[in-house]
Ligand binder design. Structure first.
Ligand SMILES: Nc1ncnc2c1ncn2[C@@H]1O[C@H](COP(=O)(O)OP(=O)(O)OP(=O)(O)O)[C@@H](O)[C@H]1O
Ligand SMILES: [Mg+2]
Length: 378
């Protein structure tokens, strides 16, 4: 899929923009704090999800203004659709002129994958970040996962409350059995979906990483449940029983999908602990590009790729592979210096200055002068 036209009014520092992006690679360049990431954030919001920067809706409206209005015309693989987002305090979405009950309704029509420097936490941080990645990816693909996750989290917090009550009044312990059964039902559903997803993710990310590292390193990704692997409801209930005393003392549930992780290894070693900066960045990008590949496989729609300042810190061969890999997908890449990217891709180039976008032809962009050569006497 691709965005045909994009308009925005009073979105962050983008006072008024209108652009017709390329169906291929779009380079958004400019100095720091000019509005490059704001533009990616704007495109991302048409997925119906919240800002990838964790911003509240009201923070997206340009300072001093009452509302922001944005519009995207996009081709979803079959037809052209039009989505609008109006933000006053909250986002309100309209699709083809019909107001939607929630912006999340857009997720069925518009899909994108975003990589920003904050996504390095996918490799560098603890398991919570990787669970968030898994949950977000699966929620984009499956409504049943979305509702099972909601139910699981609700039961989990009810169980935690009950565990604390039992600590004060041990006679309540019998009531826990019903909750354990319910929790187990959703837990095994989530684990099964996650495991299948990680299997496919592993295949795709391995292939991408091999390309990024020119075949020199290998990436392995696997779902990890710690010491006990649980696949069946009965086993999950048994495990909860075995840990019940500890759970009552802690006032929380110590096993389940909310404690699981994705193991990411480069050449057999934990990427989090032993990976170099470039390796960690490459692994995070490989996971994100694999995510895009899976969305395409399952939904038949190639998601829009948003890459916020990803190429810095990577050597030329890694950069080249990623740019080649993007192939025929619509991509938006932000950077401060466009020269290195222009080397290997076509598409369109936009210069951002103080919230204003100007399309530049390749020839407009001043060619960097060659390094000064010293005159040598022969
Ligand atoms: N609600 C808002 N109204 C007006 N301006 C805003 C709003 N929110 C953020 N900004 C401004 O937008 C500017 C540009 O932000 P953005 O993150 O897009 O910069 P950038 O071009 O990606 O810079 P960098 O290269 O440093 O990442 C910031 O200076 C910020 O103060
Ligand atoms: Mg930025």
């Amino acid at each position: 899929m691709f965005v045909k036209t994009l308009k925005a009014e009073n979105f962050r520092n983008l006072e008024r923009i209108e652009l017709e992006p390329s169906e291929g690679v779009n380079i958004i360049y400019g100095e720091n704090a000019q509005g490059k990431t704001n533009l990616l954030e704007l495109i991302w919001l048409f997925t119906g999800f919240k800002s990838f920067r964790g911003a509240k809706d009201s923070e997206l409206v340009r300072f001093g203004e009452d509302f922001s209005k944005t519009e995207a015309e996009f081709f979803d693989g079959r037809r052209v659709q039009k989505a609008q987002l109006v933000i006053v305090k909250k986002r309100k979405a309209t699709l083809n002129g019909v107001e939607q009950s929630s912006p999340s309704a857009l997720s069925a029509e518009f899909s994108a994958v975003v990589f920003s420097p904050a996504h390095l936490s996918l490799i560098k941080d603890g398991p919570a970040e990787r669970r968030k990645f898994l949950d977000l990816a699966l929620c984009q693909l499956s409504r049943s996962y979305q509702s099972a996750l909601y139910s699981y989290n609700k039961i989990l917090s009810q169980r935690a409350r009950l565990l604390k009550d039992i600590y004060m009044r041990p006679s309540l312990e019998d009531t826990l059995d019903v909750w354990d059964e319910k929790l187990a039902e959703f837990a095994v559903f989530l684990i099964d979906k996650r495991r299948k997803y990680v299997e496919i993710l592993s295949e795709h990310s391995k292939a991408v990483y091999e390309g990024i590292s020119s075949g020199k390193e290998s990436l392995k990704v696997s779902y990890s449940q710690g010491d006990f692997e649980i696949n069946r409801k009965e086993d999950f209930v048994k495990r909860l029983r075995a840990l019940r005393k500890e759970d009552i003392l802690a006032g929380s549930t110590s096993v389940g999908p909310h404690r699981d992780d994705i193991k990411v290894e480069i050449d057999g070693m934990a990427a989090r602990t032993f990976g170099s900066q470039g390796q960690q960045r490459s692994a995070a990008i490989a996971l994100k590009l694999a995510e895009a590949e899976i969305i395409k496989e399952i939904s038949g729609k190639s998601p829009i790729i948003l890459l916020d300042d990803v190429l810095s810190e990577l050597d030329i061969s890694r950069q080249d592979y990623i740019l080649r890999c993007l192939g025929d997908r619509q991509t938006f890449i932000t950077c401060c210096d466009p020269y290195s990217i222009l080397r290997s891709c076509g598409g369109k180039t936009f210069y951002v200055e103080n919230g204003t976008l100007t399309e530049k032809s390749r020839f407009d962009i001043e060619v960097k002068p060659p390094p000064q050569c010293e005159d040598r006497e022969i």
